[in-house]
Design a protein around this ligand. Sequence first.
Ligand code: ARG
Length: 477
Amino acid sequence: MWSGRFREPLHPDFEQWQRSLSFDWRLLPQEIAASKAHARMIAAAGILSGRELEAILSALDSIAAEFAARPPADIWNRAEAEDVHHFVELELQSRIGDTGLKLHTGRSRNEQIATDLRLYVREQGGLLAGRLAAWSRALAAQAARAGEDTMPAYTHLQRAEPVLVAHWLLAYSEMLLRDIARLNDGAARLNCCPLGSGAVAGATLRLDRALAAADLGFRAPTANSMDATGDRDFVLEFLHALTLIALHASRFAEEITLFATAEFGFVDLPESFSTGSSAMPQKKNPDFAELARAKAARIEGAAQAAAMLLKGLPLAYNKDLQEMQIPLFTATEESLRLAELLAAFTAALRFNRERMRAACETGYLNAMAAATYLVHKGLPFRKAHEKIGQAVRYGIERRRELNELTLEELRQFDSGFEADFFSSITPEATVNCHDVIGGTAAARVRQALAEHEDRLLAALGQKAMGQNAIGWNSGNS
Ligand code: ARG
C-alpha cells in the first residue's frame, strides 16, 4: 500500500504484529458500505466514469455477498492483507484489475477507519437497544404476572418497607429505559460522516462530502478533518454506555443470586441456567447470574482501555487508535450476548410469592405506615416516629409484631391509637399508602406497567410521546 518510499522490507515479526485484519475483519460490511459511498462521491467529481463506477459497485457487492456466506477465518487468513481496508482493495483488484485501484483516489485509511467505526457503533448500538428492550419486556411480563404480590424492599440490605414485586422488577426496567436512551443519544452525536476528511487536512479533490454522508445515513459531513480523523469520543461514549448496562445487569444478577439463597428463598433458579456441583450433589448454582455479574469487569475494562489510549494522544490519527478496536469489539459482543441471555433468564425466573410475602410480615416493615397513621391523627412525624419506635421496642421484647399488640398496649405510647390502626398497617395498606408518582401503591404500579410499552417505544425512538424517553414530563401538561 505504501512500498514506493521504502527500500527495506518490514521485519517479518513486526509485519505480523502490526496487522489488524485478525480483528478488524468484523468491519467488512461497514468498509464495503463506506467504499460504495466514496465511489459514488468520486464519480460525481468526475474521477470515475459511469462504467468504472458500476464495475466497482458490483465488485464491492460481490465481495460483501461472498464473505457474508463464508467463515470469518477466510477473511483473516488472507496473508497479504494487513487490514480490512487493504483486504477489500486486494479483493477488488483481483476481480476488476486496475479499475479497482481507482477507488482509493481521494481518500485515506484514516478517514475510512473513522467512518467504519461510526457505522459499526451506530449499528451495534441499535441492535443492543433492541435486546435491552426485550429484556425490559421480560421484566414487565414478570411484573404483570406478580400482580399485587409483595416483598421487602431493602436499604442498607436491611428490610425496610414492603413493596410490590412488580415495583422492584420495574425498577430495573427504568434503568434499561435510560440505557436505551443513552445509546440513542450517543448515536445521534456520532452521526456525522468523516469521508472526505483525507488523511488529516481534508480530501485533495473537490468532493461533495454531503453525497457520501447522505448515502450512509449520516446527518451531515463532519466539520473538521483533524477532529474527524483523530476522534474516538464516540467509541468511549459507547463503551461507557455499555459499562452502565453491564453495571445494571450485575446489580440485577447480584440480587437474584442473593434471593436464590436458602436464607432468602425468594426465587427458584431456572435449571436451564444453573449448574450442579461435581462435589456436592444437592447444589444448584446460580452460574448465569454470577457470570452476568462478572461481565461488568471486562466491559468496564474495555472502557478504561479506550480512555487510556486517548489520553495525551496528539492530533490527529495515530496508529495507537487501531488498538481501540479490540476492547470495542469485545465489549460490544459481550454486551449483546449478555442482554439476549438476560431476557431469556428473566422470563424463566419463578418467584416464591409465599416466602416473599412472609418476609414482609415480620420485622416491623409496617413501622413507617404505623407512624404515618399517627401523622394522620395530627402528630408531627418526628413524634410519631418516636412513639412507633417505642412500640416496636416493646414488641421486640415480647416477640410480637405491631399488629399483635392490643389497643391498650399501644395506648401506653399514644392516646391517638384507635381500632382502625390495624387495618392501616396490613401489608396491603402499607404498600398502598405510598400513593405518589413513582410510589409502590398498587394503582401506581398498575399505571407504570400500563405505560411501560409506550415509554419503551419512545426510548427506542419508535414512538413520539409528550414525555421524553425517560418519562419526565417535558411539556406543560
Ligand atoms: N488498520 C488501521 C487502523 O485501524 C487503519 C488506518 C491506518 N492508517 C495509517 N495511517 N496507517 O487504525
